[in-house]
Design a protein around this ligand. Sequence first.
Ligand SMILES: Cc1cc2nc3c(=O)[nH]c(=O)nc-3n(C[C@H](O)[C@H](O)[C@H](O)COP(=O)(O)OP(=O)(O)OC[C@H]3O[C@@H](n4cnc5c(N)ncnc54)[C@H](O)[C@@H]3O)c2cc1C
Length: 425
Amino acid sequence: MRDPVVVVGGSLAGLRCVEQLRLHGWTGSITVIGEEPYAPYNRPPLSKDALTRWSSNSPGRWAEIVALRTRAGVTDVSWRLGVSATRVDVEHQLVHLDDGDPIKFCGLVVATGVRPRRISLPGPTTGRHVLRTLDDARALAPRLFDGQRVVVLGAGFVGCEVAATAAAIGCRVTLVEPGPAPLARVLGCEIGAAVGNYQQSKGVRIRCGRTAVAMVPARSGGRVAAVALDDGTEVPADVVIEAVGSVPNVEWLDNIGIDITDGILCDRNLRAGGRPNIVAAGDIARVANPRFDDIPRRIEHWCMPAATARQAAASLASHLTRNSLAPASFAPLPTFWSDQFELRLQSFGQPFLGDAAHLVDGTLDRLQDGAIVHYTRAERLVGVVMTNIPANQQRVHRGLVDSACPAPEPDLATSQHSGAPIDQP
Ligand SMILES: Cc1cc2nc3c(=O)[nH]c(=O)nc-3n(C[C@H](O)[C@H](O)[C@H](O)COP(=O)(O)OP(=O)(O)OC[C@H]3O[C@@H](n4cnc5c(N)ncnc54)[C@H](O)[C@@H]3O)c2cc1C
């Protein structure tokens, strides 16, 4: 029997790759290696409902509540959970594991995502949290209750969401951000400031343009009691949540000659280093989107694991079988959402590429009543961000971005697979 396709990373991108490999005709065996002990689960609830509603549940119950639904056709996949890949030997097609014998592969899918960036600061570590995994959320949830003083470092999406969730629980929350406004990198300063004003109207204190320089210890017990900022002030804290970005999980691939600076550099078929039997998907994949430009980027939004998995699995299956064709081009229309108090932000396209933002509906003073912002680059619409806008209206604006940044025509001449075929098992 032929060696399996090995998928490293047992989360959203890993699961979607498994499903897509089957859809694209790979009938051979598949083994998933996942560092976390849980079946694939959904991360978005971890900064939202999970922290408010589920704090008393057991680990198993948490995992059930956020579990991702698996589609039919993947029941024969072998899942090795609680196991990490440590190294790859491309010559012998082996993945080395931290629990014993290496595993041989005919095709390798890299879906190892990212982990939270940690800040190196003097002072105690007890009381400091990050939020990426189910275990992170389980550790944090019991610490969030009425009256707790919470300092969130970093006002990106995870920081803004967890600040809102903690404040809604009754915590006294301070959000510290070195940039000029919350979410400024993605939404721009003006819209970011409007989100900040909305958060402040809900009771979150915002300290923009400030950086944490130390954790101040409690008199006894070794816990954090405050966060010292670069202006000499101290913000009292029972809990500190660090949401200052992410680091791609690439170290296990550093010996195989592929570009792993900021994720795995991929071609348009999601192949790594031009190798037809190694593909990447999800938060870890750095790939260009020709709708916008030719610069490879990693996009950490929930929609990307499915989009990249579709392409990665198609190209891997086309290499491993004689039956299928690699898809012609990779040009998804990115989308994300974010929930903060009663605000639902929804985006299509790549607003962060814009050089100008135009409010086309609503008012920035009352985002909760509905607002629509178009982002243009050199006067071309590249993204839209909406707050509390009904789905039918969202579709209209999605369509505008889709037309302004169309997917390129399929290039049939180069869409067929170019790797040497391997016989079906
Ligand atoms: C708290 C939170 C809230 C979010 N909310 C939203 C939202 O509202 N909207 C939105 O659009 N997006 C949101 N996202 C982003 C979205 O969840 C991610 O884009 C998505 O989970 C990425 O999936 P992935 O499979 O690529 O990576 P991950 O989910 O990070 O999975 C990678 C997996 O690989 C495992 N792994 C790593 N290294 C190894 C190794 N060496 N061997 C074996 N396994 C390994 C990891 O343990 C992990 O299980 C949120 C993310 C977080 C953390």
